[in-house]
Ligand binder design. Structure first.
Ligand code: ACO
Length: 346
């Protein structure tokens, strides 16, 4: 009988562009105030990609950092999964651009689009490739250049979003760790609440669509807010139940970073202490599919998780979509030390 296989997180990395756009800067661009943005969203600043930067270039930096922290070479990768809503091009996939940029010549590559839910969906997907025995080392990376799809004259949206990328390496392990449970959900009827209306097959870009600003993000914030809290609470509860765990068994919650009020409401409903919720929305704003990856990377970098700790991921986004997953933190140094031996030897 085949031994069970687990998908351990063994490396992480993130990248945020150098340019910081503060709430004060936004006061000079639209009719808003630092005070309004802070109290309604918890955001203080966000990063904006430089002209030469793209989703693929930022993801490639995050990917290299993740490989370095896992002590792996790009040639060791079997697969690159990129989650993004703002790919460099419709074709080729950004995953292929990253695969090429980092020199992952032995890896397949593709993109996942589930808006802000994308990173958690890709994490679940990558874990399954490993658990099934198909692959041993998978790079999951989420990145966004939302600044290129934001209408900088629309105060309802431009204050919220930021650019960046986050990545993890998933690796086969034989000791219990990695994905314990997950939930993926979609309610496509809510799509028009958060969308980019033109530039796809349904409405190709034209002078008219550009004149009507239909290539920018539009959002009904209030309705998304209510949906966000509902779906985050529900999905978290479901993933915990599937893993046979309770809120008190969770060491850290790493949620999608959209709005600190959404995080507070979710935390209170779940009954998890606020100190166990990782928050960086104040520094990056909402980076959509990059947000959970950046948060995971920063949280892991701080050494917060120890082997055996349970980590809850939860996200919501355009689609509408939602996802949650419970992961058990691996004994990473033991996996790295044993790389030369056994069935997963490089
Ligand atoms: N500055 C000042 N006033 C503003 C601004 C701003 N930047 N934006 C909106 N307002 C005004 C509105 O026009 C409205 O004025 P009115 O009452 O005169 O009409 C007032 O502030 C209140 O607006 P609300 O929409 O009720 O404010 P709310 O408390 O809901 O906060 C917000 C708005 C921050 C957008 C909130 O609804 C939210 O965070 N929603 C979730 C958004 C989200 O997470 N989206 C991303 C989804 S993930 C993905 O897939 C990309």
């Amino acid at each position: 009988m085949a031994l069970p296989r687990y998908a351990a997180v063994t490396g992480w990395g993130h990248y945020a562009p150098e340019k910081v756009l503060t709430n004060k800067d936004l006061e000079g661009m639209v009719d808003t105030s630092d005070e309004w943005i802070r109290t309604r969203t918890g955001i203080c600043e966000r990063r904006v990609a430089a002209a030469h930067e793209t989703t693929a270039s930022m993801c490639s930096i995050a990917a290299r950092c993740a490989l370095e922290s896992a002590n792996l070479a790009s040639l060791d990768l079997d697969l690159v999964i990129c989650a993004s809503t703002t790919p460099d091009t419709l074709m080729p996939a950004t995953g292929s651009l990253i695969q090429d940029a980092i020199g992952a010549a032995n890896a397949g590559a593709f993109d996942v689009n589930a808006a802000c839910t994308g990173f958690v969906a890709a994490l679940v997907m990558g874990s399954q490739f490993i658990q099934s025995g198909a692959y041993d080392r998978v790079l999951v990376v989420g990145g966004e250049t939302l600044s290129r799809f934001v209408n900088w004259k629309d105060r309802n949206t431009c204050i919220l979003f930021g650019d960046g990328a986050g990545a993890v390496v998933l690796e086969a392990a034989d000791e219990e760790c990695g994905l314990l449970s997950f939930v993926l959900g979609s309610q496509g009827s809510g799509g028009p609440l958060l969308d980019i209306k033109a530039g796809g097959a349904a409405k190709p870009a034209s002078p008219e669509t550009i004149a009507a600003n239909e290539h920018y993000i539009t959002m009904r914030g209030n309705e998304i807010f209510k949906f966000a809290v509902r779906s985050m609470v529900h999905a978290s509860g479901e993933a915990l139940a599937k893993a046979n765990l309770h809120a008190e068994d969770i060491r850290m919650v790493i949620p999608h970073q959209a709005n600190v009020r959404i995080l507070r409401a979710t935390q209170q409903a779940l009954g998890i202490p606020w100190e166990r919720v990782f928050v960086n929305v104040d520094r990056y704003g909402n980076t959509s599919a990059a947000s959970v990856g950046i948060a995971l990377s920063e949280c892991a970098e701080m050494g917060t998780m120890q082997p055996g700790d349970n980590v809850l991921f939860v996200a919501f986004g355009g689609g509408l979509t939602w996802a949650s997953a419970v992961l058990r933190w691996a004994d990473i140094s033991s996996i790295i030390a044993r790389r030369g031996e056994g069935p997963y030897a490089i």
